[in-house]
Design a protein around this ligand. Structure first.
Ligand SMILES: [Zn+2]
Ligand SMILES: [Zn+2]
Length: 337
C-alpha cells in the first residue's frame, strides 16, 4: 500500500488517511477547497473547508453550504492529518493546502500566482508563500516556455496610456477581465487619477468581498451614477460576457481591451474583436512556476491542469520524480486565465 497523502479518484483528489478530498469535481462528504473559482469549488459536497477571506465569495457562488474556515497558517487535524492553508496569490482567499501525516508533507497548490521576476509583488492579497514539502501538486495553466509575463508595472503603464488616450479623445475605455480575480487585479493596478472608474455589477459584488478582506481598491461607480461628460473619461471594468449586450451599448462610442494571460498567444485579441490585448494573469507564468516549484524543495512533483506533459518532461530533466493527475479543472471560463 502506498503512503501517498493524495491520490486521484474518479470524484477528485483524495487524501486516504484523512478521508477527505481537495477540490473534488464530483459530490463528496468532505471537501477542502483551494479557492472559489467554479472549477475548483463545486456544489453538492457535505462539508466544506476553506480560507476565511474567501468565505463570502464561496457562499455567494454556492449558496448555503456547510462551511468551516481557517485563518492563514491555522492548522486543523482531520483523522490524524494536519491540514493548514497558505497563500497562493491567485484570487481572494486562494490557498495552497498543506497536509502533514506520518512524517510526510504534501502541498496541493490549487491555482497560484507566483512571479518569476525579483521584486514583483501581489497587489490583491498576500503573496504566494512557498511551503517546504516532500511532494508538491502544481497547476500548469501557463506551463509552456512561451508564457513569460512582463513586469506588472510595464503592463499597467500600457493600460494607463491606452485609457488616457481614449479619455483625451472623449470616449470611455472598456476593459474586459473576469469578474472574480482579474477585475480586482486590474482595479488595484491602474492609475485612478486618469478619470472615474465604472464597474459592472458582477465585478462590484466581488469588489465588496475584497474590500471587506482589507484589499485596497480605488473608488468605483455604477454606470447609472455617472454623468455623460464623466463617462467620456471613464475606465469601465466588466467581464467579457458583456460584449454585445445592451449594457455595453449604453457606453456609446468606446475603445475596448481584454486583459488575460492568453493575450500572449497570437490571434487571441483578434478572436475577441477588441482594440487591444493586455497580457495580465492571475496565474504563474513559466518562470514563476519553475521558481515556485524549486522553492518548495519537493523531490516529487505532480502536475495537474494545463500543459502537463511539457511540465512533467521539464521536471524530469531537472532530476525530479514527476508525474501528473488528470483533473477536471480549467474547464470554466472564469478560471481560464
Ligand atoms: Zn484552476
Ligand atoms: Zn482559479
Amino acid at each position: 500500500m502506498s503512503d501517498d497523502l493524495i491520490v486521484r479518484r474518479p470524484e477528485g483528489l483524495y487524501c486516504p488517511p484523512g478521508d477527505f478530498h481537495v477540490d473534488p469535481w464530483r459530490p463528496v462528504a468532505r471537501a477542502v477547497i483551494t479557492h472559489a473559482h467554479a472549477d475548483h469549488a463545486r456544489r453538492g459536497h457535505g462539508a466544506y473547508l476553506a480560507q476565511a477571506d474567501g468565505a463570502g465569495v464561496l457562499r455567494a457562488r454556492l449558496g448555503d453550504i456547510n462551511l468551516q474556515t481557517l485563518a492563514w497558517g491555522e492548522a486543523l487535524e482531520i483523522n490524524g492529518v494536519r491540514v493548514s492553508l497558505h497563500p497562493a496569490g491567485h484570487v481572494l482567499g486562494s490557498a495552497q493546502v498543506r497536509l502533514e501525516h506520518g512524517g510526510q508533507v504534501w502541498v496541493v497548490s490549487g491555482d497560484y500566482y507566483a512571479s518569476g521576476v525579483d521584486g514583483e509583488r501581489n497587489t490583491i492579497g498576500p503573496a504566494f508563500e512557498p511551503q517546504r514539502c516532500h511532494c508538491f501538486i502544481t497547476e500548469s495553466t501557463f506551463g509552456l516556455p512561451i508564457y513569460r509575463w512582463r513586469p506588472q508595472a510595464e503592463v499597467f503603464a500600457a493600460i494607463d496610456a491606452w485609457w488616457a488616450a481614449n479619455a483625451a479623445a472623449g470616449r470611455p475605455s472598456l476593459l474586459l477581465g473576469y469578474s472574480f480575480g482579474k477585475a480586482q487585479r486590474l482595479l488595484a493596478g491602474v492609475d485612478a487619477s486618469i478619470g472615474p472608474i465604472v464597474t459592472h455589477a458582477s465585478v462590484e459584488s466581488v469588489n465588496e468581498a475584497y474590500r471587506a478582506a482589507g484589499v485596497v481598491l480605488p473608488a468605483t461607480r455604477s454606470l447609472d451614477e455617472l454623468a455623460k461628460a464623466d463617462l467620456a473619461r471613464a475606465l469601465v471594468v466588466a467581464p467579457p460576457a458583456v460584449v454585445g449586450s445592451a449594457w455595453t451599448r449604453r457606453l456609446g462610442d468606446y475603445g475596448d481591451a481584454f486583459a488575460s494571460g492568453w493575450m500572449q498567444l497570437r490571434g487571441t485579441r483578434r478572436r475577441y474583436g477588441v482594440d487591444r490585448g493586455f497580457v495580465l494573469s492571475d496565474h504563474a507564468d513559466w518562470p514563476g512556476l519553475q521558481r515556485a516549484i524549486a522553492a518548495t524543495g519537493a523531490s516529487r512533483v505532480i502536475v495537474t491542469h494545463g500543459y502537463e506533459a511539457v511540465m512533467v518532461r521539464w521536471l524530469c530533466q531537472q532530476g525530479l520524480d514527476a508525474g501528473s493527475f488528470e483533473t477536471d479543472y480549467g474547464a470554466q471560463d472564469d478560471a481560464a486565465d
